[in-house]
Every structure is written in structure tokens, then in C-alpha cells.
Design a binder for this molecule. Structure first.
Ligand SMILES: [Zn+2]
Length: 396
């Protein structure tokens, strides 16, 4: 079920790419058909005639299909291995890999049965999760985990200690005892000082035991990411969502397990403000709504078809935007970035004229292959509708 990759191949060449989706919202489509990666990092992107494709150890013929950066899920709740106690499900991370996701970011390991809420315990659990998900990568999936949920009683020294131990994220502010803007801002500031990114639970309670975080708390806390601005599920009133978009400069995260109408409102507002680069996508799974292996693809398709977002731009929300907002080494097809890719094509029998048109018409694309760190992790997806054309491994 869950295999870890052995090591990166020396030199990967991908040729005959029909559509190069860069992940860069400033230029979502590149005039290029070839990518070369060395030891898991992209080294060249261009036209075949201009790129040195010699001495490949692995060659993939895209057969004219589209290449995009591996998708990033900005909001997941992993717990232990590839099991979630929330829905008592195994293999959920591997299933998301088949939805084109290559990187997941934890918003807190909050579904851990008996989750410790004292300061020593929550720090220990964060460090444990960071270590465990660094060492265990289902199918090769990169999981940034170890996101402690802050509680009253934490002091600056705790954040310093967490950072020194390798913790780079906070879980959603508001899922613990800290629910007021002043305390949240103090803890977010300490986290930021030591290089730890922060996020917040925006909107009504997600499950019994969690609580409302409204726009005043969101704006006062000033987290790096405004977690599920469309609620998880219960959204804030429309005027609060638009106010957050207008008054905060931070990343605006839209999730699958939220209010879809509010998602469309937030995306429309951000784009009207010319702040499209702030929009990032997550699933917020596992949750009460379950696990959505195709959740990021579904968000891309939903926002494109109902929100009038060009498909190539919606793909940037789930790739380059997230990478830039969260300072990740992936998410863009450019030299120096991690060689994480998803091959996409129009699903069989979609009414769309091509991949992008099919997404804009509301269909999901078919995933033909997934590559992480230059290694083929998945060939034809077991979960998406079948792609019309598949890429092929030419040599191993
Ligand atoms: Zn939440």
C-alpha cells in the first residue's frame, strides 16, 4: 500500500508535453514542451531543440498531455501514518496522491485520540508528528506535519524550542483554548519570530467542541494564512468575508470541506482586488465530511466552472500560489524547484474541447501520472475519471 521511494533517479527527461502549466499566476502557460530534472530538482524547462536531453536515466513521453506542478493541499489533518481516526479510514493519503496531490500541509493533528492539551504534551506531539511524517511518506507524498494547536499558558520560549526542534507550522488558531485576538496575535508573533507559519480556523465551529472565529479575531490574530475563509463548513457572513479579503494582506485559503458559495465569494473578491496570488486551496480533510481524494481537483473545477476563473489560473491556486505563500520548494515548473509533477488530460468523453475547456465546463481532469522528487509515484490514477491520453514511461 504505502511505499517509500528508494532514491531519486539521476536524470529525468519529460518530452512531448502538449501543454505546460507553470503554476505561476503571472504566466500560467509556458511555451515549452520539455522538462529535465536532476536528482529530484528541475534543471531545465524549454523547447526540445533548446534543452539538453542526453543521458536520461528515466524518460517519460507525455504523448501531448499537459504537465502541471504536483498539487498542494494547504489544509489537511493527518494523525498517524496513513490512518485517520476521524473516519476510521486507512490509505487516505495514498488515495489523495491519486488525485494529483504531491504535498500536504497539516493544519494540526487535531484528530489524535486523547490529544494532549497541556504545553509539554502539545509540544511533544508536534515534534513527534513532524518527525513521523518526515520519515513516513505514503507513496512518496510529502507531508508537512507537526502543527501544534496553541493553548493558553504558552510563552515565547515554547515557540523558540519548537522551532529549534524542527517545527515550522502552527495548527489552526481557535481549535485550542486561544480564541481571542490579543492572545492569538501574541502567539502568532512569537511563532513568526522563530520562523513558524501560522493559520487560523475562520468561521463557525466545525464539530462539537470547536468554536466561532469571526473577522475581528481573524484580523487581530494576523496569521500568515487565513485558514478556510469559506468556513469549515460554516462560513462567516458575506460582509465579514469581503472585509477580511480587503483588510488583511495574508493568504486566503479556500477549502473543499467549506461553504462553496462563500468560496466563490472569497475568490471573486480577491480577484476584484487584483489579489489573485493570495488564493490557495485545501481540502480540510479528514473531517466530518470525510476524505476527498480528488478534493483539490474538485476545487479547481468548481472555481473554474462556477467562478469564471480560467482553468490554468485555478491550477495556480493549488500550486504556485500555495508554494509562494507557504515558502515551499515545489509548486512551480521552473529550474531549481522540486521535480513534482502531475500529468493531466481531458477525461474520456468530457464535452470539453481540450483539458482546460473540460475543466471550465465543470469536469474533472484525468490524472495520467504523478512524479515526486523526480520519481514516478503513480501511473494512471485509480481515482480520477480516465484520462483520454496517457503519458508513457519510455525507460526505467
Ligand atoms: Zn478549521
Amino acid at each position: 500500500m504505502a511505499n517509500e521511494p528508494a532514491h531519486a533517479p539521476a536524470r529525468l527527461v519529460i518530452r512531448n508535453i502538449g501543454l505546460m502549466l507553470s503554476g505561476d499566476i503571472g504566466q500560467p502557460i509556458l511555451d515549452a514542451d520539455t522538462v529535465v530534472a536532476q536528482d529530484g530538482k528541475i534543471t531545465a524547462v524549454g523547447k526540445a531543440k533548446d534543452v539538453d536531453t542526453s543521458e536520461a536515466t528515466v524518460t517519460i513521453d507525455a504523448n501531448g498531455t499537459a504537465l502541471a506542478p504536483g498539487l498542494i493541499d494547504s489544509h489537511v489533518h493527518p494523525v498517524a501514518g496513513d490512518w485517520t481516526p476521524r473516519q476510521n479510514q486507512t490509505g487516505w493519503i495514498d488515495s489523495c496522491l491519486h488525485g494529483g496531490v504531491t504535498t500536504m500541509v497539516s493544519a494540526g493533528e487535531v484528530h489524535m485520540p486523547g490529544r494532549p492539551k497541556d504545553v509539554a504534551g502539545l509540544k511533544a506531539m508536534a515534534i513527534f508528528a513532524q518527525r513521523a511524517f518526515t520519515a513516513f511518506r505514503p507513496g512518496g507524498m510529502k507531508i508537512l506535519a507537526g502543527a501544534p494547536v496553541v493553548e493558553h499558558g504558552m510563552c515565547e520560549e515554547d515557540f523558540k524550542e519548537l522551532a529549534a526542534a524542527g517545527v515550522i507550522l502552527l495548527g489552526e488558531i481557535g481549535l485550542g483554548s486561544v480564541k481571542d485576538g490579543t492572545t492569538a496575535f501574541q502567539m502568532v508573533s512569537w511563532a513568526r519570530k522563530y520562523g513558524i507559519q501560522s493559520t487560523i480556523h475562520t468561521g463557525g465551529p466545525s464539530i462539537p467542541g470547536s468554536s466561532l472565529i469571526d473577522k475581528d479575531v481573524v484580523l487581530a490574530a494576523d496569521t500568515d494564512v487565513i485558514g478556510h475563509i469559506n468556513g469549515g463548513h460554516t462560513a462567516l457572513p458575506d460582509d465579514q468575508i469581503t472585509t477580511i479579503c480587503e483588510r488583511s494582506p495574508r493568504a486566503l485559503e479556500v477549502v473543499h470541506n467549506g461553504n462553496e458559495r462563500a468560496a466563490l465569494l472569497a475568490v471573486r473578491t480577491a480577484r476584484e482586488l487584483n489579489h489573485g496570488e493570495r488564493i490557495i486551496l485545501g481540502t480540510d480533510c479528514p473531517a466530518g465530511s470525510g476524505v476527498q481524494p480528488l478534493g483539490i481537483l474538485r476545487m479547481i473545477s468548481m472555481l473554474s466552472s462556477l467562478g469564471d476563473v480560467p482553468a490554468e489560473t485555478a491550477i495556480c491556486f493549488a500550486t504556485g500560489n500555495t508554494a509562494r505563500q507557504r515558502k515551499l520548494d515545489c509548486g512551480l515548473i521552473e529550474a531549481g524547484r522540486a521535480a513534482n509533477f502531475v500529468f493531466l488530460d481531458k477525461a474520456q468523453h468530457s464535452g470539453g474541447k481540450g483539458l482546460l475547456d473540460s475543466i471550465q465546463k465543470g469536469d474533472l481532469p484525468g490524472v495520467g501520472m504523478v512524479v515526486i522528487d523526480g520519481l514516478v509515484s503513480v501511473q494512471r490514477s485509480r481515482n480520477t475519471p480516465p484520462a483520454t491520453v496517457l503519458p508513457a514511461l519510455v525507460t526505467r
